[in-house]
Design a protein around this ligand. Structure first.
Ligand SMILES: Cc1cc2nc3c(=O)[nH]c(=O)nc-3n(C[C@H](O)[C@H](O)[C@H](O)COP(=O)(O)OP(=O)(O)OC[C@H]3O[C@@H](n4cnc5c(N)ncnc54)[C@H](O)[C@@H]3O)c2cc1C
Length: 234
């Protein structure tokens, strides 16, 4: 982690809710207006609090920003799991124009160069920072971008990513539902690209540990693997 990656943590602002959508099951998106006109690097995350709301337990949550600055809004993707936490209950029942506070965005999960092929692994809600990376590269046709997206039920942002794939011949999307088929596809991609590619991984720590192990076993260098561990994600 470099100083540059953490610099954004000093930024603070309040943003009003534009909309909250329950897309499927326990999956939600929250769109915030960029009232404070902040900018960020795609792939970064922020620390979110809810001023004026009574919350039991931890009063903040980290969320990746799923949008890019050019879209003009701050997009969050999340799920509640079977039992909704006090924080998410307050968050996901907010109405337009209520305020959410954000510290950041900041982080290390960023595109490293302009030319290397990119292999992405997203597990479940780990797709959130990936959506931002893909949006950033939507019209970049100079390199292959392979996305292995594993989710046991609903694929958050799945349709949107499918549209990006249709518009860019260098994008490939593999929507996976099981660990086994995910492992086969990742092996195939590693065998094809080796250390020429960067490997971006986003999801729960346990899953990312096993993906990283898999890559390292196949000889991928540490500096070619960039992971965003969504600690606590469902
Ligand atoms: C860099 C980063 C980016 C993230 N991006 C997203 C995102 O885009 N979308 C999303 O849904 N979630 C994201 N998360 C996870 C998010 O911050 C919440 O932890 C998660 O959404 C669960 O919140 P909850 O309120 O539903 O459950 P919680 O009340 O937070 O509980 C979930 C479970 O995780 C455990 N847990 C929570 N935090 C930690 C921790 N820091 N260390 C160890 N155990 C912990 C709790 O003890 C509990 O068992 C991110 C986390 C990090 C670190």
């Amino acid at each position: 982690m470099k100083f540059e990656d953490m610099k954004g943590v000093i930024k603070k602002g309040e943003f009003s809710v534009e909309s909250i959508e329950n897309l499927s099951g326990d999956y939600y998106t929250v769109k915030l207006k960029n009232d404070a006109d902040i900018t960020w690097v795609p792939g970064e995350h922020g620390i979110f609090t809810l001023p004026g709301k009574k919350i039991e337990g931890r009063k903040f949550r980290l969320f990746s920003v799923a949008s890019i600055p050019e879209e003009g809004f701050i997009l969050i993707g999340t799920r509640t799991g079977k039992e909704i936490s006090s924080f998410k209950k307050a968050f996901l029942t907010m109405v337009p124009n209520e305020k959410v506070a954000l510290r950041g965005p900041f982080g290390w999960f960023k595109i490293q160069d302009e030319t290397s092929p990119i292999v992405i692994f997203a597990g479940g809600v780990g797709i959130t920072p990936i959506r931002a990376l893909l949006k950033q590269m939507e019209f970049n046709t100079d390199r292959p971008i392979e996305v292995v997206y594993s989710s046991s039920g609903y694929h958050l942002f799945g349709n949107e990513i499918e549209n990006m794939v249709m518009n860019n011949p260098m994008f490939q999307l593999y929507k996976m539902a099981s660990r086994e088929e995910t492992a086969v596809k990742l092996d195939e991609l590693v065998d094809h690209y080796g250390n020429a590619a960067y490997y971006y991984n986003s999801g729960s720590p346990a899953v990312l540990r096993s993906v990283k192990k898999r890559y390292r076993k196949k000889g991928i260098k540490k500096n070619r693997i960039i992971s965003d561990l969504l600690i606590g994600a469902k």
